[in-house]
Design a protein around this ligand. Structure first.
Ligand SMILES: [Zn+2]
Ligand SMILES: [Zn+2]
Length: 622
């Protein structure tokens, strides 16, 4: 970035425009890059791309396919689906390309411009890749855009060409209309997915803002109409948390939904839009789909504008890393179910089930003893869709920053409410983050000028709570440290009881086994906090006997355990995968799985104070 900024400033000086904003300078090398997308054979799931670069001053043009995609934290190496690459000089002469690495094509000897033509195959409907068939082109830009080093600040334009005989239209956050669109720079271009097809579009306004919902689905118009009403409720409740909506640069915010039998489940946030995909229908999975809506829309503040420093700007040559996904993703994960509850779109037991899931993901796993919430964020490049073939021991050492951060958000919200008697909440913290880091925006569209650090987040918690020592201790223990919040007394303030779901039940650990021809093999990693761990039993071992009985199925194992109580010592016999037999004793524990329930649903009485606390927290916000 610094190299390009310097170029712009030099151009401003040479034209005598001293004191004028540098972005108004138009050096000759700022000629727009023009892309044309066409679809000669949509049934074969590939597209033709032409990219025209002009006004070039460099000797060699380093053309690249991205390795990463905004909002996805791992590498995807989009070059793998690109083929039939040809580059041409302005006079039509074909140019030789060389391959400096697996991700790019270099071209030289072109004069002042290069036009490159290539094909891209794509068959995955989600928020990261490309999917083409006769019903649509579902486009994540990094999967199709060949860009060039050093031209990040150039504007781009895209012409979409309909397949022969099709009447398709474009839904996107790009600027423009019909089949012609533009982006002010590479960052914005890559962040702007497009749905190109005969999709259905609904529109609604909340205050001064307009929202569009583009749906490619198998349901009815009536189902979509009712669904979009719920989406509007979510938008209103999230707007109430921040007190305002961001300025959406194209003038609208666009939801891009593909609910198709062959879609992969995903949600991907962008600055002024989101892509949501699922192998589901609105009729059958309404709540689950709305949970994704609530999560992704919350990102138009948290991540898209309140952005962790490590994600700004996105690097298309390598994976970005941040220590703050517990806040960027985790807090968003907490607000999803919370907002559905506030909007009256789900029942209380469902919401409490979501919260219990967040809490137990941390409390039942030994991973937080190994890695802090900040450390888990740094694992994202290996986890978020990243694929390698070797085994990991993540069940013991990694808890997802989604649930880990969600559990931290729940703890922080309840702690703030508890210590201030409801006067200060997590909503106040999010608003403070918005006002300091999000709302000031960026001097260039698609950029965030004030990304935050963990220290910044701690400082805002100190402001909001009015207690610097509290903020410091919270971060030291729960974000950077290995402590876990005691949730039961916090939930009790809202008349909610956290208790063991199967109290009194004997537990060997969440050991899963596969039956294979009458023999039983362990199919999970054995975690250090399970009774089975001390016996030496491990994944792939054959479990022969438990409590003196031959075990030949998962049901056999369950039946033996059901006869016992916590504290019982029972013998087990197994053969490990090297062929060594072992016989040892295991002391069974009590099943630690938890649930969260409303006291009144368990025959208790909800006090007036608990009722008020709960309503302020989970009730509709004004
Ligand atoms: Zn589609
Ligand atoms: Zn997210």
């Amino acid at each position: 970035m610094s190299r390009l900024l310097a170029a712009a400033v030099c151009a401003a000086l040479s034209t005598g425009a001293i004191g004028a904003p540098a972005r108004h300078a138009q050096p000759p090398e700022a000629a727009p890059i023009h892309y044309r997308f066409s679809f000669p054979e949509p049934q074969h799931r590939w597209m033709q791309v032409e990219a025209a670069f002009s006004g070039l001053a460099q000797q060699t043009l380093e053309l690249r396919m991205s390795r990463s995609s905004p909002g996805r934290y791992s590498l995807h190496d989009f070059a793998k689906n690109v083929y039939d690459v040809h580059a041409f000089a302005p006079d039509g002469r074909e140019l030789e390309t060389t391959r400096p690495d697996p991700y790019g094509w270099n071209v030289s000897g072109f004069g002042s411009g290069v036009t490159v033509q290539y094909k891209v195959y794509g068959d995955r409907v989600d928020g990261t890749y490309l999917a083409i068939d006769e019903t649509h082109a579902h486009i994540n830009m990094p999967a199709v855009i060949m860009w060039a080093h050093g031209l990040d600040e150039r504007p781009a334009s895209i012409t979409f060409q309909e397949p022969a005989g099709m009447r398709w239209r474009v839904a996107t956050q790009l600027h423009g209309s019909q089949l012609e669109f533009t982006a002010p720079n590479l960052q914005y271009l890559m962040d702007s997915p497009a749905e190109f097809g005969p999709e259905t579009i609904r529109e609604f306004t909340v205050g001064p803002r307009t929202f569009r919902f583009s749906a490619h689905h198998t349901g009815t118009d009536a189902e979509l109409d009712a669904y979009v009403k719920s989406v509007e409720q979510i938008v209103r409740q999230e707007g109430a948390i921040y007190g305002e909506f961001p300025e959406y640069e194209p003038g609208t915010y666009t939801f891009l939904a593909d609910y198709l039998p062959y879609a992969s489940g995903d949600g991907m946030e962008h600055r002024n839009s989101t892509v949501m995909t699922a192998a589901a229908t609105i009729r059958d999975q309404r709540e689950r789909l709305l949970d994704t809506v609530a999560h992704e829309f919350f990102h138009c503040w948290n991540v898209e504008r309140i952005r962790p420093k490590g994600l700004e700007p996105f690097d298309f040559d390598r994976a970005n890393m941040t220590d703050s996904l517990w806040l960027a993703e985790g807090f968003t994960q907490y607000y999803g179910p919370l907002v559905l509850q506030r909007a009256g779109l789900v029942n209380l037991p469902d919401t409490l089930g979501s919260f219990a899931g967040l809490v137990s993901s941390v409390t039942l796993s030994p991973a937080h003893l190994v890695r802090s919430a900040a450390d888990m964020s740094r694992m994202a490049p290996f986890i978020d869709g990243g694929r390698t073939v070797d085994r990991t021991n993540w069940p013991r050492t990694v808890t997802s920053y989604y649930s880990f951060g969600g559990a931290i958000a729940l703890a922080l919200d309840l702690t703030l409410r508890d210590r201030s008697n409801g006067a200060v909440t997590l909503d106040d913290f999010m608003r403070a983050m918005w006002r300091t880091y999000g709302k000031p925006g960026g001097s260039r569209e698609g950029y965030v000028d004030h990304p935050y650090t963990i220290g910044d987040a701690e400082a805002r918690l100190a402001d909001v709570s009015g207690d610097r020592a509290f903020a410091h201790q919270f971060f030291a223990k729960y974000i950077l440290g290995h402590d876990v919040v005691d949730y039961a007394p916090l939930l009790a303030r809202a008349g909610l009881q956290l208790r063991k779901r199967d109290a009194g039940r004997a537990w060997l650990g969440d050991v899963r086994v596969d039956d294979r021809g009458g023999a039983v093999y362990v199919s999970t990693l054995i975690e250090p906090n399970w009774p089975a761990y001390q016996s030496g039993l491990e994944q792939d071992d054959e479990l022969r006997q438990v409590d003196g009985q031959r075990v030949s199925s998962a049901d056999d194992l369950a039946r033996v355990l059901a006869r016992h109580k916590p504290g019982d010592r029972i013998p087990i016999v197994f053969v490990n995968r090297t062929g060594r037999a072992a016989a040892t004793d295991v002391v069974l524990a009590e099943d630690p799985h938890i649930e969260v329930s409303a006291v009144e649903s368990m025959g208790g009485t909800l006090s007036a104070a608990q009722k008020t606390f709960r309503e302020h927290w989970l009730g509709q916000q004004p």
